[in-house]
Design a protein around this ligand. Structure first.
Ligand code: NAP
Length: 268
């Protein structure tokens, strides 16, 4: 699978899954915009890519801000060319239980997870429509599909799925495809705080995964590249779980997670 000369934007590419997606696209010839709100991280990933012989542009932007998004999409077009692929990957998950979450936390999670997708799609669609080509891949989560905690994040991830379908249907006739991926547990820095509290958390999670392991960023990069590629030219509006089989049956997992969080009475 080659992406020679294609322009790919990856948001939240300074860490974890986004970092690997950016590296993998660059490794097969794409010109990659490495977008992160932390300049050091975007710069570091960009230099990893260029040192390996790839082509990348470091972009510092908050993807929940319309001003930042419009500015960076313009910059990418002028520095790299019109955008062929947009991967909406940036996210935060600060709020958990609805009763304990304040409005500001809700708004921040929803803005970074969902408004960012609206803003980034809005910014790239006009040129995709003009060129009658474009592929958007939205990194959602298994949290979008079943209750696993982090209610603001999860509701926003669910909204992302419907937005994926809406864009796929509305702009399919313009040659644009839009798909979503729902990852299960992926070994990235986002888990570090939980590993600090519970060093064997991944080992404990294994029992819920039919394939017997948690995921790696490359598992998500593989699916993202496939959906972005011409090999998926008749696939649009889908949500692809990349979750080691978790969603095939996780009732017990949900109950145990709620119990761990202190909601024992729900674990009847
Ligand atoms: P990660 O390691 O935290 O990487 C995300 C990057 O995006 C971080 O550098 C983060 O910076 C940055 N970011 C956050 N908000 C941003 C904003 N407004 N503008 C620009 N950059 C921003 O996360 P990950 O684990 O790789 O997750 C990547 C995606 O996969 C997310 O959409 C996540 O919801 C999804 N996912 C992950 C898992 C998993 O188990 N890891 C499971 C299901 C779905 P900060 O670190 O400062 O926030």
């Amino acid at each position: 699978m080659r992406f020679d000369g294609r322009v790919v934007i990856v948001t939240g590419a300074g860490s974890g899954i986004g970092r690997v997606i950016a590296q993998r696209f660059a490794g097969v010839g794409a010109k990659v915009a490495v977008v992160d709100w932390l300049p050091d991280r975007a710069d570091a990933v960009t230099s990893e890519i260029t040192t390996a012989g790839g082509s990348a542009l470091s972009v510092h932007a908050d993807v929940s801000s319309r001003r930042d998004v419009d500015a960076f999409v313009g910059l990418v077009a002028s520095e790299l060319g019109p955008v062929d692929v947009l991967v909406n990957n940036a996210a935060i998950a600060e709020g958990d239980d609805v009763l304990q979450m304040d409005e500001a936390t809700w708004d921040r999670d929803v803005a970074v997870v969902l408004r960012s997708v609206f803003l980034c799609c809005k910014a790239v669609l006009p040129s995709m429509i003009e060129r009658h080509t474009g592929s958007i891949v939205n990194i959602s989560s298994v949290n979008a599909i079943t209750a696993l905690g982090n209610e603001a994040y999860s509701a926003a991830k669910a909204g992302m799925i419907n937005l994926t379908q809406g864009i796929a249907v509305r702009y399919g006739a313009h040659g644009i495809r839009c798909n979503a991926i729902a990852p299960g547990t992926i070994r990235t820095p986002i888990w570090q705080a939980r590993i600090d509290r519970d060093p064997v958390v991944f080992q404990r999670l294994l029992k819920w995964y039919p394939l017997g392991r948690v995921g790696e960023p490359d598992d998500i990069a593989n699916a993202t590249m496939f959906l972005a590629s011409d090999d998926a030219s008749w696939i649009t509006g889908v949500v692809l779980p990349v979750d080691g089989g978790l969603l095939a049956g996780n009732y017990r997992m949900t109950r145990e997670l709620l119990a761990e969080a202190g909601n024992e009475k729900l674990d009847s």
